[in-house]
Structures are given as C-alpha cells and as structure tokens.
Design a protein around this ligand. Structure first.
Ligand code: ARG
Length: 454
C-alpha cells in the first residue's frame, strides 16, 4: 500500500512502480534510516509534538525492526518504493496509528539527505582507516628499501638513480593528501539537513540543533531549500574517491610494468596473481590491472553525479534518487581497491639486484658527471654539451661512462681526474643530492622520520 495514495484515484502500474523504486539499492542505508528516525522521534517527543509514550513505542519498534532486518527477517517491497517508506510501512504494520505519527515534521527529501550523509560519514571513516593502513605499509616498505637503488624515470626513460624508498615515499605523499582531502570533505558532509521538511521548513516547533547533537553532526545547514537540493558533498566525496583511484592506478601501472620480464623489478606473490587458461607459463598481475581498470568506473561515478545535478532546478527532484548508486559504487570500489592493493604490495617480492643493475645502465649519472665539471669551474651549459658528447661516444662503444679510461675522459676535457670514477658511481650520485626532499639516503631517512613523528 502506498503511503502517499490519498490524492490518487488509481494505482500506478507495476512497471512504473518498478521503474520508480530505489529499494533495490537504497536498502544499503537501512541502519542510517533507522538512526535518523529514532533521533527525529526523540525530537518530536522532546518538543511535545507527539506524546512521549508514542515516541517510546516507535523507538522500541524501530530497534526491533533493525534487528529483524539484520537477521534477514524483513522483506522489502518495490511497492513501498524506497528504504524510507519500507521501514515506515513495517513500523505501521507493527504498531498501527502510532507508527503513522513518525513522519510528522519531516519529508523524505530531508530524510534521504540525512541518510546519505550518515552513510557517507561511516564510509569516510572506513576509507580513512584503509588509507592509514596503506600509508603504514608504504612507510614500512620504504624503511626496508632505503638502500635499494633503482632507476628514476622521466618520460619512462631512465633519468637519474633513486632509491625504491624515495619512490615509495612519493606515493606516501600522494595518499596522505588523499587522506587530508577526505577529512576536508567530511567537514561538508558533516552538516545536518534534517528538519528542513520538503523544502520550505515545517510549521512545527522543531529543534534542529538537538537533532544535530543526537546524530553527531557538527552543524545545522542554514537554508532548508539548499539542504534538500544539495549533493555537492557527494560530488566532492566521489571526487576524493576518483583522485585516490587515480593514484592507485598510477602505482598499479608501475607495478604491472615492473612485473614484466622486461623490467623484472618485482614479482607479485602467487596469492595475488592469476594464470592463463591457455598459456601455462603465465603469471598475470590481475589485481593491479583491475584496480587500474576500476579507476575508470569511479571516474564514471563522478561524471554521473555531476551530470545528474547539472541544470537541476531547486529544490528536490527525483533525478536525485540517481545519486545513490554512484556514491555506493565509488565508496565500495575504492575500499576494495585500497584493501587488496595494500595486501598486494606487502607481499610482493622486490628484486633488488635487478633494480640496481638497471640503474647502472642508461647513463643516469650523466647529470652528476656534468656537475663534476661545474665544480671544476666550467659553466653548466658547457658541461652539459661535453657530457652529451661523452654519452654519444659511450653509446657508440656500448659502454657506460664509468667504463671509459682516464685518457678517454681527458680527450673530452682536461678537467677530469681520477676522482671522477668515485663521483659518478651510482651510490655517490644518490648520496650527493643535497636539496631538501631529495633521494639522498640522508634525506629519505629524514622524510621517514618526519612521517613517523606525525
Ligand atoms: N527515494 C528517494 C530518493 O532517493 C527519496 C526521496 C523522495 N522524495 C520525493 N519527494 N519523491 O531520492
């Protein structure tokens, strides 16, 4: 039976009911809906809007309904449309007229908005915990790999030697910004829409500050029309999810490359790899590929909600019912991705020797060789030119710069001395970096200490 049937002279068709309903997906918010209703009932009682004994019965019954839902004993129906009316219907079935008083001074428009916010507060906190675990894993790995030398890339070409710790700490920074971003987003999720009614407020002497306190919201939204129509907080939330997925995806792309025979820098644990149905030799980094792929679907969620809200007149419109699936999907996808990603990196095998030997080739010490000549008084541009010629010479001979004889060095510049060999050894190149936030062993140690002291 429809809770809004009064004005209608005939029932909607079952196809329209089916199309209109959101219970298939918004039942995810059953707990938040009940929490919101309990707070609302308390407020109605406290303000003398409905009798306290009715409030007590409503709250007791809502508690029982919650238990029954969790025990799988409540059957939701398409006819009752959404989670809000499904729960109200069950309440009314159980306690009759008293149940019908619950919706006094409330609309589904403010109800759904408070439910989503409560749901997203919970999700934001779960994501925050997962990100903290990921950061911890990255710090742990970075600590272990302070002496693991590898090529640093630009344009995916070998550029300068770095340590794996340095590379991992770059991701540490990216994910800690994500964590900050969610915390900032939370400040806008954490505002109470309940009590706004359908759009214009209500005629009852309600207490929205009490509702905010009961439900743990930091403040009350100051304009009811904005409160029921706003989904900015959800767009921001999905944006935070999308950016985090983008970071995961960049890292996954690297891990996929590093797992190839061509790189051979790492090997994923068997427990996080899959085989091929036809090629017996295959071991594929599917988890990383899936996370990379799933970043696309979270971007889709973001585009969906932005587009749903585009051009919507104030205040509530049914279009907004379409907000839930993108919100749920973005949160679920991100949580699953961070979880599996953290397990995957903690179990992967790092081939230190392969990384280090890759760092030996590719003339990655060329900049350091140029800096060597700068120290001997030659202007940097000229040094660049001289070393460029040396690199070309070495490429033609198929040798590394440090494999040249002293005579060869001297033929390019008489400023070269025996100490050049020491200066352009890989570890010296890393060690020699002096700027704050560099790959030097000392700086990485400092970066780790700074993280730990936070
Ligand atoms: N299921 C609806 C939604 O998710 C609840 C709000 C419906 N409000 C309304 N006036 N039809 O948006």
């Amino acid at each position: 039976m429809k809770l809004w049937k009064g004005r209608f002279s005939k029932a909607s068709t079952s196809s329209a009911d089916e199309f209109n309903a959101s219970i298939q997906f918004d039942q995810k918010m059953y707990k938040e809906d009940i929490t919101g209703s309990i707070a609302h009932a308390k407020m109605l009682g406290k303000q003398g809007i409905i009798p306290q004994e009715d409030v007590d019965l409503i709250i007791k019954t809502l508690g029982e309904i919650l238990e029954d839902i969790e025990a799988g004993k409540v059957e939701f129906t398409i006819e009752a449309e959404d989670i809000h009316m499904n729960i109200e219907t069950v309440l009314t079935q159980r306690i009759g007229d008293v149940g019908k008083k619950l919706h006094t001074a409330r609309s589904r428009n403010d109800q759904v908005n408070v439910d989503i916010r409560l749901y997203m507060k919970k999700e934001t906190s779960a994501i925050d915990t997962l990100l903290a675990e990921l950061l911890e894993a990255l710090a742990k790995l970075a600590k272990e790999h302070q002496d693991t030398v590898m090529p640093g890339y630009t344009h995916l070409q070998r550029a300068q030697p770095v340590t794996l710790a340095y590379h991992l700490l770059a991701y540490y920074q990216m994910f800690s910004r994500d964590k900050e971003r969610f915390a900032d987003c939370l400040t806008r999720i954490d505002r109470l829409p309940l009590g706004s009614g359908a759009l214009a407020g209500t005629t009852y002497n309600t207490d929205r500050d009490f509702l905010a306190e009961e439900l743990g919201f930091a403040s009350v939204l100051p304009n009811g029309m904005d409160a029921v129509a706003d989904r900015d907080f959800a767009i921001e939330f999905i944006n935070c999810c999308a950016i985090t997925m983008m970071h995961l995806s960049r890292f996954c792309e690297e891990l996929i490359n590093w797992s190839s025979v061509e790189f051979s820098f790492i090997e994923m644990d068997d427990a996080y790899s899959t085989g091929s149905s036809i090629m017996p030799q295959k071991k594929n980094p599917d988890m990383a590929e899936l996370i990379r792929g799933k970043s696309g679907r979270v971007y889709g969620d973001l585009m969906s909600l932005l587009t749903i809200c585009k051009g919507l007149p104030l205040a509530y419109n049914k279009d907004l019912q379409e907000d839930k699936e993108p919100i749920f999907d973005a949160a679920d996808t991100l949580k699953a991705s961070i979880g599996i990603f953290t397990e995957m990196i903690l179990t992967m095998h790092v081939r230190k020797e392969k990384m280090e030997s890759a760092a030996k080739y590719g003339y990655m010490n060329a900049t350091d060789a140029a800096d060597y000549l700068v120290a001997k008084g030659i202007p940097f541009r000229d040094c660049h030119e001289i070393i460029g010629k040396i690199v070309l010479h070495c490429i033609n001979k198929g040798i590394a710069i440090e494999e040249m004889t002293m005579d060869e060095f001297k033929s390019f510049s008489d400023k070269f001395d025996e100490d050049i060999y020491e200066k352009i050894a890989i570890r010296s190149c890393i060690e020699a970096k002096k700027s704050k936030g560099s790959t030097s062993f000392e700086s990485v140690k400092q970066q780790l200490a700074d993280i730990e002291s936070k």
